[in-house]
Design a protein around this ligand. Structure first.
Ligand code: HEC
Length: 250
């Protein structure tokens, strides 16, 4: 009887699963180059993603934990990184001891769009754009979720009351987000000629953000694979030695 009840319950759950999965807010399944034990960052996608961050997202979102030199990890040359950093000015102290400005260096952190939280809120109707340095780690669903937010805008369902200045987003919890839709098709003109569809742009900027959050991922995976190979070899040798040592014992 107990078993029958458990089975019936399991059946109900299984039947409900696809229905749940089709609810609004379900995570999109995106094929990421960086998933899986052998995944790596698609350098071209990450570079296009940096272009999107620079031209669009950086108007509102900081990337405080990243350094300009980190861009070498997505395949930019030292000279390119130097030029990108030098195009930004950062505060410093002049020889006279007074506040001054200087061009940024590759060793500087990315410059934030606003000096502080109050300035950001004042410029954005009271809303605070979160720092994006670790956004793909900080949100449940990671890269899929961020992709889902960027591609999840649309008209609110009939009868849904929207707060003032809020935008409907089927991925964002509560479905009302203060960020206006940041990406549109052809929002940028890609330097490498890739067609800038909304999906492509979202895919590229999320690849870049994943790299920023996890710059040492490839190295970690490479070490992991070596460790597994080493352990497999060690197991084989140990087993061979065991057979040899015990071969005379009857
Ligand atoms: C006009 C300013 C503006 C621009 C441009 C902008 N954002 Fe936002 N973004 C915001 C604000 C404000 C919030 C906070 C929304 C809220 O809490 O309702 C936000 C929130 C987010 C979130 C967090 C969602 C969450 O779960 O909390 C992500 C991710 C995000 N933005 C990514 C991006 C990316 C990627 C870009 C560039 C393609 C971008 N944003 C461009 C203002 C902006």
């Amino acid at each position: 009887m107990r078993a029958a009840t458990t089975l019936a319950l399991l059946g109900t759950l299984l039947a409900a699963a696809p229905a749940l999965a089709q609810e609004e807010g379900k995570l999109p399944h995106v094929n990421w180059s960086f998933s899986g034990p052998f995944g790596t960052y698609d350098r071209a996608a990450a570079q296009r993603g940096f272009q999107i961050y620079k031209e669009v997202c950086s108007n509102c979102h900081s990337l405080k934990e990243a350094y300009y030199r980190d861009l070498e990890g997505i395949g930019l040359s030292a000279a390119q990184v130097k030029a990108i950093a030098a195009s930004v000015t950062v505060p410093t102290i002049g020889d006279d001891g007074q506040p001054a400005e200087r061009p940024a260096l590759p060793s500087d952190h990315f410059k934030s769009p606003f000096p502080n939280e109050k300035a950001a809120r004042a410029a954005l109707n009271g809303a605070l754009p979160p720092d994006l340095s670790v956004i793909t780690l900080a949100r449940e669903g990671g890269a899929d979720y961020v992709y889902g937010v960027l591609t999840g805008y649309g008209e609110p369902p009939a009868g849904m009351k929207m707060g003032e200045g809020m935008n409907y987003n089927k991925m964002f919890p509560g479905h009302q987000i203060a960020m206006p839709q940041p990406l549109q098709p052809d929002q940028v003109t890609y330097a490498d000629g890739t067609k800038a569809t909304l999906d492509q742009e979202a895919h590229d900027v999320v690849t870049f953000l994943e790299y920023v959050a996890n710059p040492h991922m490839e190295e970690r995976k490479r070490i992991g694979v070596k460790v597994i190979l080493f352990l497999a070899m060690l197991t084989g040798i140990t087993y061979a030695v065991k057979r040899k040592v015990w071969s005379d014992v009857h």
